[in-house]
Ligand binder design. Structure first.
Ligand code: CA
Length: 232
């Protein structure tokens, strides 16, 4: 994807942090909007006017976590980078469970913020490989359009969920080891990536259980995951 600049919204009530982040990203050639409150950010996302959301957990009124969960419930697939003052694993997992794609603990180095923003935008813009549509077990993943379907129904997925699902569909029912998923989808086998994998898998399992039945996503204990056509 090239041409028009990528659009980022920085959602943070603290004006100093907000402007600091906005200025840095503008220097990187991004089109940056600022939002001090959840409701203005929500409008921009719902209007499809952003390619990435940088979301502070601490906001007046509704928290960043709640806003994130709400946007996901509404089916927004835009990548979300969560900013959190707390850096312990529990609060990171909380952010990922709410539907964030990545998180950054405050205080953060600008270089790290920039790198993560680039990675999330790249993931969103990546053109599909030659085989643009993958299919297995009734699941279809359109890599170019970054959309996934279960039968005729579109699945509302985050970037990570879609990447993980695509990897499992590509394997065609063969068990994919956890380590392979961490390398292929997260790019690193770290404790943070492993915690993220757990969260993404459990979200994906729920989304792949049609009509309250068994999920297509099978956990092969101690080994990895597979996408099955039927319950095992
Ligand atoms: Ca704040």
């Amino acid at each position: 994807m090239s041409g028009s600049p990528r659009r980022v919204v920085v959602v943070e009530d603290d004006s100093e942090t907000r402007e600091f982040v906005a200025r840095a990203l503008r220097e990187d050639g991004l089109e940056v909007r600022s939002a001090a409150r959840a409701d203005s950010a929500r409008k921009l996302v719902q209007a499809g006017e952003v390619d990435l959301v940088i979301l502070d957990v601490g906001l007046p009124g509704i928290s960043g976590l709640d806003l994130c969960a709400e946007l996901r419930r509404d089916g927004a697939a835009v990548p979300i980078l969560m900013l959190t003052a707390r850096t312990d694993v529990a609060s990171r997992v909380e952010g990922l469970e709410a539907g964030a794609d990545d998180y950054l603990g405050k205080p953060f180095a600008l270089a790290e913020l920039r790198a993560r923003v680039r990675a999330l935008l790249r993931r969103g813009a990546r053109a599909g490989p030659p085989e643009a549509v993958l299919e297995h077990a009734g699941v279809r993943v359109d890599l170019r359009r970054r959309r996934a379907f279960l039968g005729a129904e579109e699945l509302p997925l985050t970037r990570r969920e879609l990447d993980l699902l695509a990897r499992l569909v590509r394997a065609g029912g063969v068990v994919v080891e956890r380590e392979t998923l961490l390398e292929d989808v997260w790019g690193a086998d770290t404790p943070e990536a492993a915690a993220s994998l757990e969260v993404i898998v459990s979200r994906l399992r729920r989304k792949l259980a049609s009509g309250g039945g068994a999920s297509l996503l099978r956990n092969v204990r101690g080994i990895g995951y597979a996408l099955d056509a039927e319950e095992t």
